[in-house]
Design a binder for this molecule. Structure first.
Ligand code: DSN
Length: 439
């Protein structure tokens, strides 16, 4: 039989990943073991329910696998209850909200514009902003979470749930401060650590375990496992409500999901045992070192960062020095030059989410490939050259002209000799590094 076209497309994607440099902070490269498990026979089995309480026969081995995944995560974080079935981060946050809130109840989360997530109560377009009374906190003038505002809003609106989490916030989340405020108003505290789980495990970010009632994390970002998610219930959460674990489980299944993705469950178990090794600790430390070096090198090149730096794996270029709404042009030009990142809004975004003024950068992917400080300095130079090349490509202020401008800009960028020259330098470096290494 003729080999399906999909296989040649997968090969092309592998070549793309190998020959480019990935700086999207929510992406990572998985280990060969995680990859092997993901394509195993486990995908062929239905297992609705939980271990020893399934709605399908033939789950004796799947039960063992899921229990192993739960136990490894419990041990890694020191928590008494774990659910490894959420399909990904958004359904997992939905499950926590479903378990803890009734429709119309108040939740308090970081606004998307401050680096929060859609599921933290973003108004109008998301279930969390539509079915609950969502109040959003923001950042102070140093681009740090404004805890005075968090406290004022909490005292005023008495939320039942406070969410501490981020997707584009470059600084450490102070879970102790969130706890103090949650206690003042009797709120549950959910820590969404999706972006920083690997850093928490490596001791490079404050752990939410002593402070939060519930912790949610995707498993594919700095944790470097499969695309999936997990919900952890802490001892503090169980002390407040001994049924909390069971409420979370029921919210995942049957409230929001059907059969778990067993191959993902097994891959989470593998990722958990990898995360428990001294090598993973070194990996987390190197992510941070690389982020610090990349941030300082970018600043040395004259580029501006939101909040002037990073305390995590990610940072945000603020391109308003050049013009508002430059994020798309710079992200596209970087891609032409062999470096992929994502355009992003910056705090107090002067333009729009589609034409934002920032670019989000992070170091988990390049660190998984074995790149270190020297490579970060080089990457910063390339980024600066790319920005220099496209800084005059200013977005028209007339909104009707924007789509045509971007189309023409893309045509120009794809033929830009400077960008193509950078691409060949990037490829020379990228090809020297495997996609995944423990070194
Ligand atoms: N899309 C994830 C991220 O890139 O941070 C959040 O959902």
């Amino acid at each position: 039989m003729k080999k399906d076209q999909i296989f040649s497309l997968i090969n092309k994607e592998c070549v793309r990943q190998k020959s480019m440099i990935g700086l999207i902070p929510s992406e990572n490269h998985i280990s060969p073991e995680v990859s092997e498990v993901l394509s195993s026979c486990l995908s062929s089995k239905y297992a609705e329910g939980y271990p020893h309480r399934r709605y399908y026969e033939g789950n004796q081995i799947i039960d063992e696998i899921e229990i192993l995944a739960q136990d490894r995560i419990k041990k890694l974080f020191g928590v008494p209850h774990v659910n490894v079935q959420p399909y990904s981060g958004s359904p997992a946050n939905g499950a926590v909200e479903f378990a803890l809130l009734e429709p119309g109840d108040t939740l308090l989360g970081l606004a998307l514009s401050g680096g929060g997530h859609l599921t933290h109560g973003h108004p109008k377009v998301t279930f969390s902003g539509k079915y609950f009374n969502s109040i959003q906190y923001g950042l102070n003038d140093r681009a740090r979470i404004d805890f005075e505002q968090v406290r004022e809003l909490a005292l005023k609106h008495k939320p039942k749930l406070i969410i501490a989490g981020n997707t584009a916030y470059p600084f450490e989340l102070d879970f102790a401060k969130f706890r103090e405020i949650a206690d003042e108003v009797g709120a549950w505290l959910l820590a969404d650590i999706s972006h920083v789980t690997g850093l928490v495990v490596a001791g490079e970010h404050m752990s939410p375990v002593p402070y939060a009632d519930v912790i949610m994390s995707t498993t594919h970002k700095t944790f470097r496992g499969p695309r999936g998610a997990m919900i952890l219930v802490t001892q503090r959460g169980l002390d407040r409500d001994p049924d909390l674990g069971s409420k979370i489980d029921k919210a995942v299944f049957p409230a929001l999901q059907g059969g778990p993705h067993n191959a993902t469950t097994a891959a989470i178990a593998i990722a958990a045992s990898e995360a428990a090794t001294p090598e993973f600790k070194k990996y987390g430390q190197q992510i941070r070192k690389n982020a610090d070096v990349l941030a300082s090198a970018l600043k040395k090149q004259g580029l501006k960062l939101v909040g002037d730096g990073t305390e995590t794996h990610l940072m945000l270029l603020d391109l308003t020095n050049y013009s508002d709404g430059m994020g798309l042009q710079v992200a596209f030009a970087l891609d032409v030059a062999g470096i992929y990142a994502n355009r992003n809004t910056i705090p107090h975004e002067p333009c729009s989410p589609f034409y934002p003024s920032g670019v989000r950068l992070g170091t988990p992917l390049v660190t998984s490939r074995g790149m270190k400080e020297k490579e970060m300095e080089q990457i910063a130079q390339w980024i600066a050259r790319v920005v220099e090349e496209v800084k005059t490509e200013v977005l028209p202020s007339d909104k009707k002209e924007r789509a045509t401008f971007i189309k023409d800009f893309r045509t120009r960028a794809l033929k830009n000799e400077q960008l193509l020259a950078i691409r060949s330098e990037v490829e020379d470096l990228a090809k020297k590094f495997p996609l995944f290494t423990w070194d």
